[in-house]
Design a protein around this ligand. Structure first.
Ligand SMILES: Cc1cc2nc3c(=O)[nH]c(=O)nc-3n(C[C@H](O)[C@H](O)[C@H](O)COP(=O)(O)OP(=O)(O)OC[C@H]3O[C@@H](n4cnc5c(N)ncnc54)[C@H](O)[C@@H]3O)c2cc1C
Ligand code: SF4
Length: 527
């Protein structure tokens, strides 16, 4: 096994895959470490019991998180491709204004210092958004989203027409004076690139795609990394970074195949384990002791303040039983003049109704409510309200002082509480979602807050000064020039759209910088 590399990238999610793609393409020797396995595209892929009840891809590193009744261990899925394998494919750009949030928020509304502004502008990221949409493959309609930032051209692919469920929601929204539009989706609807065409099934969000029509990273960017000579070492945990002076010398790895622990050496290390796992890895490696910003590692965790409004209709909402996560509404993205809270709220998007087995076995409700949920499922339609949440110093990741995971590493603890403003923004979106569902014919609506950390961001924010940021504007760890962090943790504010495309675009931006400035980046270590 080769143990000396130009670059080692930890994590195969959007950030890590994008950087690895650029570095491998530039001819550098690149090793990607991933604790999860390649997913199997077999009959289990669309099986709710296999994936969510028996937990086929559930990893061995739990996170201890706040729940309504105390704290609880959750075991996220681990897989090559990261969360992209299970995600819903919604691929939005941040809005131009999202790069300067301090101009939009009333600073007295929240407890964090007014340091949310990005050290880059939308224009810096725009070419990499173009590239991310092209390399991942996003189907959308340019000019249809009323708050979208400027684009250089159309989407690489068109989306399919709305099905009856999306049509009904879009018509209702239009009747209320809104401007609904198709969600840009990373799905191969048109059978391009010699890959299977999407069959519009009902098990997309939350499931791997059995036929590889979802453009997750395991079937898009990662094969490109391998084609360029990069190695993807799955089922390998990066236990800690070996730091000597101001330089990462290597990574201590644990092979989950053999149980062996060994070290890989590198000139450059890119950490991209996701906003929670990356912070934990840096804390395990003692990087919180790097002055003056180490104390910021793990702080300012964000997750969006999301919830679902469920409408129950007097008729079947999706009689053709096909994929219907299709329609989005951004008319309330920047809030509404004269209405509270002031400043940005976020967006709404249709969400697929889950398979009945998922409600039956996993919904956090008492048995009669779950039974009722299963029975009324064909009559339901969902609108996801995705509210922007604010960065707050108290929201953080740290390590349990005693408890250890299966691999002997400290259990990761997550502390998070929404601010009043976060909850108000979601509440305002709930109100609008209810109006739309009512207009579409729903007899009853109820709300279900999202408790997961699927949109984890922050924890290693980038900025212009180590006084308030962990990373510089190229996502380089201040004080350790051969260490970069590129997953969702770099984001100093959450914006009001799903984060994956932004993480990918930033990964491409950072990867291109490192590849073009390789000598400077590597020599920097000697200074
Ligand atoms: C069910 C679901 C649906 C979603 N839907 C959408 C959507 O429609 N649109 C959207 O934009 N976003 C969506 N998201 C969110 C999106 O998937 C994440 O924001 C995004 O994947 C985060 O990318 P990342 O690079 O930060 O990290 P991740 O995707 O979390 O990747 C990190 C990788 O690093 C690995 N890793 C971590 N620590 C280590 C270690 N120590 N050693 C080795 N490997 C390690 C992990 O196993 C993982 O594979 C969804 C998420 C979920 C869970
Ligand atoms: S809807 Fe399409 S992309 Fe999604 S899982 Fe089904 S076939 Fe795959």
């Amino acid at each position: 096994m080769k143990q000396n590399w130009d670059a080692v990238v930890i994590g195969t999610g959007f950030g890590g895959s994008a950087v690895a793609f650029k570095l491998a393409k530039a001819g550098l020797s690149v090793l990607l470490l991933e604790r999860g396995p390649w997913v199997e595209r077999d009959q289990t892929a669309w099986d709710p019991l296999a994936i969510h009840v028996r937990g086929k891809y559930r990893g061995g590193s739990p996170q201890e998180v706040d729940e309504r009744r105390g704290r609880k261990l959750v075991y996220p899925n681990h897989a090559v491709g990261g969360a992209s394998v299970f995600y819903g494919g919604a691929s939005f750009r941040l809005r131009t204004e999202d790069f300067a949030p301090s101009a939009q928020f009333n600073q007295t509304d929240h407890g964090s210092p007014p340091r949310m502004d990005w050290p880059i502008r939308y224009e810096d990221l725009a070419p990499r958004y173009d590239e991310a949409e092209l390399t991942i493959g996003v189907a959308g309609v340019d000019g249809s989203d009323p708050t979208e930032p400027p684009r250089s051209g159309p989407y690489p692919e068109p989306p399919p027409p709305f099905g009856s469920s999306a049509r009904r929601l879009a018509d209702a929204a239009r009747n209320l004076g809104l401007r609904p539009f198709p969600i840009p989706l990373a799905i191969n609807f048109n059978g391009r690139r010699q890959r299977p065409r999407c069959v519009m099934c009902m098990t997309c969000d939350l499931f791997p795609c059995r036929i590889s029509a979802k453009n997750d990273l395991a079937v898009t960017l990662l094969p490109e990394v391998s084609r360029c000579g990069g190695e993807i070492r799955d089922r390998t945990v990066a236990k800690c970074l070996l730091v000597d002076g101001n330089r990462v010398r290597g990574i201590e790895c644990l092979s989950l195949r053999t149980g062996d622990t060994y070290t890989v050496r590198c000139d450059l290390c890119v950490v991209s384990g996701g906003a929670i796992a990356s912070a934990a890895l840096l804390l395990r490696s003692g990087l919180d002791r790097v002055e003056p910003h180490g104390r910021l590692v793990g702080r300012y965790l964000m997750r969006h303040c999301s919830g679902i409004v469920i409408g129950i209709f007097p008729f079947k909402t999706n009689p053709e039983r096909q994929f219907h996560k299709q329609v989005a509404i951004t008319d309330f993205y920047f809030g509404q003049p004269g209405r509270r809270p002031q400043g940005p709220w976020g967006m709404m998007q249709a969400l697929q109704t889950p398979p009945p087995e998922l409600i039956e076995h996993t919904a956090p409700y008492p048995l009669p409510a779950r039974w009722c949920g299963v029975k009324t499922l064909p009559y339901q339609a969902y609108l996801l309200c995705l509210a922007q949440d604010l960065a707050n110093w108290e929201n953080r990741v740290d390590l349990h002082p005693q408890a250890r995971d299966r691999y002997g590493m400290p259990v990761v603890r997550v502390f998070h509480k929404y601010s009043r403003r976060d909850l108000r923004a979601r509440q305002a979106l709930y109100r609008e979602a209810r109006r739309i569902l009512r207009k579409a014919g729903a007899l009853v609506q109820f709300r279900s807050p999202v408790h997961t950390y699927s949109h984890a961001m922050g924890t290693c924010r980038f900025g212009t000064s180590p006084a308030y940021a962990v990373l510089d504007s190229w996502c380089r760890f201040f004080g350790i020039p051969n260490l970069f962090v590129v997953d969702g943790s770099f984001m100093p504010s959450s914006g009001g759209v799903n984060p994956s495309l932004t993480i990918a675009a930033n990964g491409l931006r950072v990867g291109q910088y490192i590849a073009e400035q390789w000598d400077e980046v590597v020599q920097h270590r000697e200074r």
